[in-house]
Write a protein that binds this ligand. Structure first.
Ligand SMILES: Cc1cc2nc3c(=O)[nH]c(=O)nc-3n(C[C@H](O)[C@H](O)[C@H](O)COP(=O)(O)OP(=O)(O)OC[C@H]3O[C@@H](n4cnc5c(N)ncnc54)[C@H](O)[C@@H]3O)c2cc1C
Length: 262
């Protein structure tokens, strides 16, 4: 199948992109790794595609008040290769390295991954666990949304019509932060069946289960098997296999973080 006819614009200024996105039927194009197939299958039928990859401001990283702000068009490869500053003691580079395969990582962007809101996307779980925020922009201004509440369900975000994801703000981890990330995939490069992420950094502690049927499941507080089991048991749409594989993903993440013994 071929896409429906659509207009195409590739602005170089963020303000121009936001003006274009205010038009009815306009949609952002970033790396095209998910949107390309969606267009071909006519799951997406935009009137206008606004390609944001020529906007320099979306490719850069900056550090302020201990947080790292990554532009929406930063690719998985740029993070994997350490081309940008890192405030996560290598946690993000390690997650990037295991996303799909290199050709996808070269084009796929952190903003596109979050905005697509596939429950199995690695950044959704990783950045929820790190306590990152999305910076959404529209013609009316900007707002910040914690990644953990940015996603309402599978392929659903809280972006409003005309808004785009401009950047992601990632808080810095301390040198002593404990971090673990583990995912089950049928084969290397596949989307995950279950993801566990565990952070313990001073008073900040959370466990996140990803690749659920909806938004990531965030469990606040220090890692505990019982808390993870209770959170999983409260999910009505998980079968016995799903429950076990998510529990083991979280447990292995906790072991990697060093907050749980084998
Ligand atoms: C074969 C394959 C395997 C993959 N495996 C994995 C994997 O293991 N783990 C994983 O996490 N991901 C995986 N992905 C997803 C990939 O890593 C990309 O992150 C993802 O495709 C979306 O990023 P993109 O930049 O290509 O966005 P696009 O495809 O351009 O856009 C995706 C959606 O997000 C919207 N969008 C994009 N950017 C913005 C923005 N800044 N603001 C608002 N809306 C926006 C678009 O309108 C579209 O609806 C895989 C993809 C492929 C093709």
């Amino acid at each position: 199948m071929k896409p429906v006819d659509f207009e195409y614009e590739r602005p170089v200024a963020l303000e121009d992109a936001l003006t274009l996105l205010a038009q009815p039927g306009a949609r952002v194009l970033a790396g095209g790794q998910s949107l390309g197939p969606m267009l071909n299958l006519r799951l997406a039928q935009p009137a206008l595609l606004v390609d944001i990859t020529a906007i320099d401001a979306l490719q850069v990283a900056s550090q302020e008040n201990g947080a790292l702000t990554l532009g929406a068009c930063v690719t998985h490869t740029a993070i994997e290769d350490g081309d940008l500053p890192d405030v996560t003691n290598g946690a993000m580079a390690s997650v990037a390295r295991d996303i799909a395969y290199r050709a996808v990582r070269n084009r796929g962007t952190i903003g596109g991954s979050l905005a697509h809101a596939d429950p199995a996307a690695d950044w959704l779980t990783c950045l929820s666990a790190l306590g990152a925020e999305v910076i959404a922009a529209g013609v009316a201004g900007e707002r910040r949304i914690p990644v953990a509440s940015f996603v309402g369900g599978a392929f659903e975000t809280t972006l409003q019509p005309g808004e785009m994801l401009r950047a992601v703000s990632v808080p810095a981890l301390s040198d002593g932060a404990k971090w673990g990330f583990y995912k089950f995939c049928r084969k290397e490069g596949d989307f995950a069946e279950a993801i566990g992420a565990v952070l313990q950094d001073g008073e900040t502690a959370r466990t996140v289960l990803g690749a659920t049927n909806g938004a990531p499941l965030v469990i606040d507080g220090s890692y505990s098997d019982d808390a993870v089991r209770a959170a999983i048991d409260a999910q009505p749409d998980m079968d016995a296999y799903d429950r076990q594989v998510h529990f083991i993903a979280a447990k292995r993440a906790a072991m990697i973080a060093g907050v749980r013994a084998a």
